[in-house]
Design a protein around this ligand. Structure first.
Ligand SMILES: Nc1ncnc2c1ncn2[C@@H]1O[C@H](COP(=O)(O)OP(=O)(O)OP(=O)(O)O)[C@@H](O)[C@H]1O
Ligand SMILES: [Mg+2]
Length: 271
């Protein structure tokens, strides 16, 4: 079943040097509950595609649907973890997460579902911060915490909203290897529990194979498009230590490396 349906999407930006076509002819479907990784060289258009699914930008051509409705703007059912975390600097970590929680659960979401009270909203916020190990930093402001911690607040904010679709732009890119592994494992558990649909941008081949059902590989821009889609049929739950010895895991890894480093060797362009 198609949950996200991207049909012949093109994104052209107006620049001082004239129009710049970032994406062209992008067709992709994502099923409900599917975990999709977007991978490709820097500047190919991964964030551009994620922003389109988020509804933060509209395509210059083509259509994007979510649950059979055209994506016409951002919505709380599609939460985003941004590449640059984008926290409000004047609010504490707690307040940054609370804002998202209040927006989703502080009003009646549908008939028969009452708005939650402040204690419930606070409990949701505390739980999300605890999940990413940030309880001690809850009262600090973004300027007072590290880059990896800021990224974790962004992840907590998105997860706390219990979105139907979780859109993540290199959420673990700024983290050290151990924290990254811990959060990847947490994410796998959360997604298994909530059955969320996830689209995640990553540069990391191992991360893509470990987490995804499908790896979408983008060609180099300009006019980047989907070069290949790899289905990752590894049983879940997945264990990173066991997978390290798995021949099947190594094959998937090799297929992505081959695409990135043999067939799409990066050409620095004057963008
Ligand atoms: N608002 C914009 N105006 C003009 N060009 C843009 C705009 N946003 C993105 N681009 C261009 O579109 C291309 C794709 O950018 P995008 O940010 O999607 O790449 P990316 O794959 O996310 O890269 P990275 O891995 O470095 O984050 C780049 O060449 C970029 O310069
Ligand atoms: Mg990007």
């Amino acid at each position: 079943m198609k949950y996200i349906d991207i049909q012949n999407v093109e994104q052209t930006f107006k620049t001082r040097k004239g129009p710049f076509c970032a994406l062209q002819g992008v067709n992709l479907t994502v099923a409900k509950g599917e975990f999709v990784a977007l991978i490709g060289h820097s500047g190919c258009g991964k964030s551009t595609l994620l922003n389109l699914i988020a509804g933060l930008t509209l395509p210059t051509q083509g259509t994007l649907l979510c649950a059979n409705r055209e994506i016409a703007g951002p919505g709380p059912e599609r939460a985003v973890v941004f590449q640059n975390h984008s926290l409000l600097p004047w609010l504490t970590c707690f307040e940054n997460v609370y804002l998202g929680v209040e927006r989703v659960f502080g009003t009646s979401r549908s008939a028969g579902v009452a708005a939650e009270n402040k204690a419930q909203l606070r409990a949701r916020t505390d739980a999300a911060l605890a999940l990413v190990g940030l309880t001690p930093a809850a009262q600090k402001r973004p300027g007072e915490i590290s880059g990896g911690m800021k990224q974790r607040v962004g992840i907590a904010r998105a997860l706390a909203m219990e979105p139907k679709v979780l859109l993540m732009d290199e959420p673990f890119g700024a983290l050290d290897a151990l924290t990254r592994a811990k959060l990847q494992d947490e994410l796998l558990q959360i997604v298994a529990k909530t059955q969320s649909t996830v689209v995640m941008v990553t540069h990391d081949v191992d991360e893509a194979v470990l987490l995804s059902d499908k790896i979408v590989m983008l060609t180099n821009g300009p006019s980047a498009t989907i070069g290949e889609i790899l289905s990752v049929d590894l049983a879940r739950p997945r264990n990173r230590v066991e997978l390290a010895d798995s021949a099947q895991y190594q094959q998937y890894r090799k297929a992505v490396m081959d695409f990135l480093y043999t067939r799409q060797t990066h050409v620095e362009k004057a963008a």
